[in-house]
Design a protein around this ligand. Structure first.
Ligand code: G3I
Length: 317
């Protein structure tokens, strides 16, 4: 093939992937692009706690099954996303105030979901976004009830037990800048390893902004993450700008995609890159950042943008 996934595999990396879910898989234009360009899928929403266990012990697997079945039958590997996350969490979980109960609830949830997809998941985001931007531990039902980081021990051990073949990742955003968040993230991973918690990979979401000064030195971020000794994955890449960008912003976005992809290519530990969507039309960005968008590689009409060529340049760098 000639798509991004084939290109990056030809250069020794494992995958280029995209997020999707049932709606985007039944969209013919989107599905055709995934067929041609992708070697990996991440469920954008269907495996989140709110989606998959909305009330206790009542599992709703329809959306996740659709994604997994499509990926398996089309030879795409899967990143499972995500178990322990403060967001998209049903209130029956966030209202728990007892450590023993919460421990059992985490174990039961992970045992069920990781068990259902056992053998089909390349990597799981076992925990997501556990840091604040200043590098402190984020407040959540998990951190508040445990009072320390050991909710991670519970979650990673449960995931390893349920699907021993899956790589287990800690995932976060805004690790793209040198500072307390990146430093403390790396230290936490080293601490987890030191106390024998089963962790195999680190995920850096990489929701970036066109022209940000950290992008040209993105390799320093990846090198810091690689200092853990673990596999590094770029898990949710997009590079947003004005929804109606200037020609200068469009050109800068091309260079920025090249910089990020090139940094992965030059970092041995960086195994693959997931882009957080196909078409700008379906991106999360405009709903979250008013007036911003244009973050992905295909435009509102599923036509390749110049950013796609920037991605290719990065692979070939
Ligand atoms: O499906 C319902 C629909 O029935 C309802 O009518 C509509 C009204 O609000 O909401 C729909 O659900 C939305 C869902 O996406 C599916 O489209 C939620 O409101 C919306 O909040 C949700 O947004 C997702 C967001 O995570 C939730 O936190 C985005 O699609 C998804 O791209 C985004 O992904 C996250 C990663 O999981 C973690 N890292 C950051 C990244 C971007 O925020």
């Amino acid at each position: 093939g000639t798509g991004l996934d084939a290109l990056i595999k030809g250069k020794g990396k494992k995958y280029v992937g995209f997020c999707a879910d049932s709606g985007l898989l039944s969209n013919a234009q989107n599905a055709a692009i995934l067929q041609a360009e992708s070697g990996q899928l991440t469920p954008e929403n269907s495996m989140k706690w709110q989606s998959i266990e909305p009330s206790q012990n009542s599992f709703s697997y329809g959306g996740a099954d659709t994604l997994v079945n499509w990926a398996v039958s089309n030879n795409k590997i899967i990143r499972g996303h995500t178990f322990v996350w403060h967001s998209q969490l049903p209130s029956w979980v966030s209202n728990i105030n007892n450590k023993a109960t919460l421990t059992t609830v985490i174990q039961n949830h992970i045992n069920a979901v990781a068990g259902r997809y056992k053998g089909k998941i390349y990597a799981w985001d076992v925990a997501n976004e556990v840091f604040n931007d200043d590098g402190t531990r984020r407040s959540s039902v998990f951190s508040n009830v445990f009072g320390d980081w050991t909710f991670l021990d519970v979650a990673f051990r449960a995931a390893r037990a349920a699907d021993p073949a899956a790589k287990l990742c800690l995932n976060d955003y805004n690790l793209d800048y040198s500072g307390a968040k990146l430093t403390n993230f790396v230290q936490l991973v080293k601490d987890l390893i030191a106390r024998g918690v089963p962790i195999d990979c680190v995920g850096t979401q990489s929701h970036l902004v066109v022209g940000n000064g950290a992008i040209p030195s993105f390799k320093t971020t990846l090198d810091s993450l690689a200092s853990t000794g673990l596999e590094v994955q770029i898990t949710e890449l997009d590079i947003r700008t004005n929804s109606s960008p200037s020609s200068a912003q469009i050109s800068q976005q091309v260079r920025d995609y090249t910089s990020v992809v090139s940094a992965c290519m030059k970092t041995a530990a960086c195994s693959g890159i997931t882009v957080w969507g196909v078409s700008d039309k379906d991106s999360w960005v405009p709903q979250t950042f008013s007036g911003q968008g244009y973050a992905l590689l295909w435009d509102n009409n599923y036509q390749k943008k110049q950013a796609y060529n920037g991605f290719v340049t990065g692979i070939n760098s």
